[in-house]
Design a protein around this ligand. Sequence first.
Ligand SMILES: [Zn+2]
Length: 463
Amino acid sequence: MNQHAATQHLFAKDILLDNGWQHDKTLIINNGIIADIIDGKTEPAVVASGPVIPGMVNCHSHAFQRGFAGFSEQGSEGNDSFWTWRKIMYKFVDHISPEQAQVIARQLYIEMLKAGYTRVAEFHYLHHDSEGKPYPELSTMAKAVFKAASESGIGITMLPVLYRFSGFGPLAPTHGQRRFINSVEQFNQLVSDCIEHAKTQSNANVGIAPHSLRAVDLESLQGAVAHLKSLDDKAPVHIHIAEQMQEVNDCLVHYQKRPVQWLLDNIDIDSSWCLIHATHIDDSELKGIVETGAIAGICPTTEANLGDGIFPTVEFLEAGGRLAIGSDSHISVNACEELKLLEYAQRLQKQQRAVLATTATPSVGRCLWQHSTKGGAISTASNTGEIAIGRQADLLVLDQDKLRLYAGGDDYRMDSFIFASASNAVRDVMVLGQWVIQQYQHPAQQQSTDEFAQVIKQLSAGS
Ligand SMILES: [Zn+2]
């Protein structure tokens, strides 16, 4: 990565601040943090070649799944679903080594940076060796992913996953899940190890992710949350919840409650929680989430790809809810595509247009981008999410040469970027004050791509 002087000045003709587009501003960046935003151009400021906007936070990633994007689009059983997709995924995951996991994650994180994501929440559940035995060092796999983040330059929120069971009951884990399973005690040790490791890495923090209500019971959920909060009471907690109707129905049979309702009734949920795929919720669950301040983590392209269903985004936002976006299975790694699909799913469902705009911000694109960066920052307990004094300098420079081909000006710029521009317009990317992408290029991309292609070949031969 490029090294930089402790203090740098970045001048932007157009810059998206919390209160909208501003012009002719210089950011004073000190050790990666925005120390000041001043009028006019200072000397010797670097001049951004296009509009500057905050970097996006990716609230939900399973990095290893990038390795089999494209391998699961073949109809096989006539009734393909999330559950048949999961079988293919389990088979793929059988033989991934820590070295291969690192190569896959590094490639993915470079792709994320190029697509405008400056931070990732890694919902990390591939813990053990291919026999299902813990590595001598429990955090071997997590460290491979941490290393990939460091090599790429993306900020990371590591969320080790607690996975105990294969279903409500609880049901014993299956053979395909052997690499994911930990006792609560072993899991808490893994979390402590990750927290210690994160202290040694720039731009990294740690939370936890109880996998889902089918994979943990109340006792193990409480044990894991209590351990994390004893170490860091602000640390984020993410959970898959209500992604599939089968999951909702199984939960109703087992607990006589829908998943979100059960969670709200049994656990003290607050704004440090992120409910991933809160897809199937009723009105009372929707209100319940909003009251807690928890973030809804929505992954539109993966949810569409897996046939999950459509999150009630309009109703949730109207009720004051906050959301973040994630690329989850990485069938698409493109922040614009996530936001576009978030809006389009609502348009198709409601037969209306521009449904996620607000009176205060009529530009759907600007509204969604700024809402999602802030929601993503909360979901990762990170000092990111907007270009403001005191925040990390995590920002994107858009390509004015491309954007000039579409509707321009403050009112339309973000809509052109998200809805109209066919090709990626993220030209330069800064994370914590360092340029990690310049003119669409990452310094490690050639090596990363070559090594990644090799790993895909090896893994597809083995599956
Ligand atoms: Zn997921």
